[in-house]
Ligand binder design. Structure first.
Ligand code: SF4
Length: 420
């Protein structure tokens, strides 16, 4: 039984109860949307958590943090600190993108010690075991998926949308950047060398059986997502989306929960239309976007470009935002990079939530404005998205007002004057 099949029977589970606890959606609407696939609750039944989260239509926009050990950075301690940072900022989900021989130990550590939704890309682990991905037997991909499902991973990125037909189109359509998805590029290489169909597409029914058994949510990966604003909304991206829509229907038939992954890089004026097309082609399944980055030139500041794109995306239907750090395209993110990425995307998600009409998030903004009116600095700091930074900035000035306008403080001068 998956959360989806239980919702279809009208059963309200413990996971649903916890997921809806802080939301503003009614139980009735929630159950209906879980049953229809418009909301997912990534909740592998092999791992009991104290916290669960819903992703999809009518719920708050959530964020995901990517991290993980790798051959270039086998530093468990640094990645552990990133997990603690994500916990401190109340992030809902982490994706363990670990590769290398320690990947499995790090994944188990997260699963045992944290209440986040945990997602992985099983193809990475397979690739870590082999010098040459093209030599991997297709069965090994499925075995890895089963292994991680048994361990308790809540959602998998499955790049099943890149098919041989899509590869033929890829050869005919000019792109600045061919494939920027790590998992997608590995499968592309495997398919090209072996002249075979994508094993994740060909064995999708087996993957569904595993995901149904353990209630793992599938996040259908977009191998052909645009990695350059110039490439966005091209035939390759849209054709893959059509495939993902068909795979979504297959999954729903088996009561397997599904999310759809999205771009990537995209000019700001194209984002809203892309969200509408995705929801239409993928039948309302929750949309999980990486950024999108609104320009390609923000190296060192891609968290800003990504957060701007994420806000537009969330206002037009995206439900789940994968953070981007200032280190994107340049290096593995440091702890400070991760913090900046988290803060940027917390701001994007919160801005979307208040614009979407949710009442509880807006109460925080009202509380902040009242504190500003009262020049109540302690209150302002405590409500801030990053209280430590707010305190550090404020600590350089101790008068009633701040150093921005000093004695010309507009708040004070307008507050203290009354018409007799
Ligand atoms: S001094 Fe200026 S910036 Fe600072 S609180 Fe007053 S009005 Fe706001």
């Amino acid at each position: 039984m998956t959360q989806m099949s239980l919702a279809k029977q009208g059963i309200f589970t413990r996971e649903m109860e916890l997921a809806i606890k802080n939301e503003e959606i009614s139980k009735k609407e929630f159950l209906q949307k879980v049953a229809e696939g418009k909301i997912v609750i990534p909740a592998n039944r092999n791992r009991k958590r104290e916290k669960y989260f819903a992703i999809g239509d009518g719920t708050y926009v959530k964020i995901n943090v990517n991290l993980g050990v790798s051959e270039a950075c086998p530093n468990f301690d640094l990645e552990r600190q990133k997990l603690e940072l994500a916990k401190k900022f109340d992030v809902e989900s982490v994706m363990d993108l670990s590769s290398g021989l320690d990947a499995s130990n790090f994944r188990k550590y997260i699963l045992q010690n944290y209440d986040f939704i945990v997602g992985t890309v099983p193809v990475y682990q397979v690739a870590s075991r082999h010098d040459d991905i093209t030599k991997v037997d297709s069965k090994e991909f499925i075995e890895e998926i089963e292994r991680q499902a048994e361990e308790g991973v809540d959602f998998f990125t499955i790049h099943a949308g890149i098919t041989r037909k899509a590869l033929e189109r890829l050869e005919k359509n000019e792109r600045l950047l061919k494939i920027v998805s790590r998992g997608g590029a590995l499968l592309y290489k495997w398919m090209m060398t072996n002249r075979k169909e994508n094993p994740l597409y060909e064995h999708f029914d087996e993957i569904l059986k595993i995901c149904k058994k353990h209630d793992v949510t599938i996040s259908l990966g977009d191998s052909l997502r645009p990695g350059a604003v110039y490439d966005a909304t091209d035939a390759l991206q849209i054709e893959e989306l059509i495939n993902l829509g068909e795979l979504t229907k297959m999954a729903w038939k088996e009561d397997v929960q599904v999310m759809i992954e999205g771009p990537g890089h995209m000019r700001a004026n194209e984002i809203a239309a892309n969200m509408v097309i995705q929801k239409r082609l993928c039948h309302g399944a929750p949309f999980y976007v990486l950024g999108p980055l609104t320009t390609d030139i923000a190296a060192g500041y891609d968290h800003i470009s990504g957060a701007m794109g994420a806000l537009i995306a969330a206002l037009n239907g995206a439900d789940f935002l994968c953070y981007v750090t200032p280190a994107e395209h340049l290096r593995l993110p440091s702890l400070e990079d991760v913090k900046e990425g988290i803060v940027a995307f917390k701001i994007a998600a919160h801005s979307a939530n208040i614009a979407k009409g949710f009442k509880k998030p807006l109460e925080k903004d009202i509380e902040m404005s009242v504190a500003r009116r009262d020049l109540d600095w302690e209150k302002m700091i405590s409500i801030s998205v990053d209280p430590e930074k707010a305190r550090e900035y404020r600590s350089s000035f101790t008068s009633e007002t701040c150093s921005m306008c000093g004695r010309l403080c507009a708040v004070k001068n307008s507050r203290d004057e009354t018409i007799l």
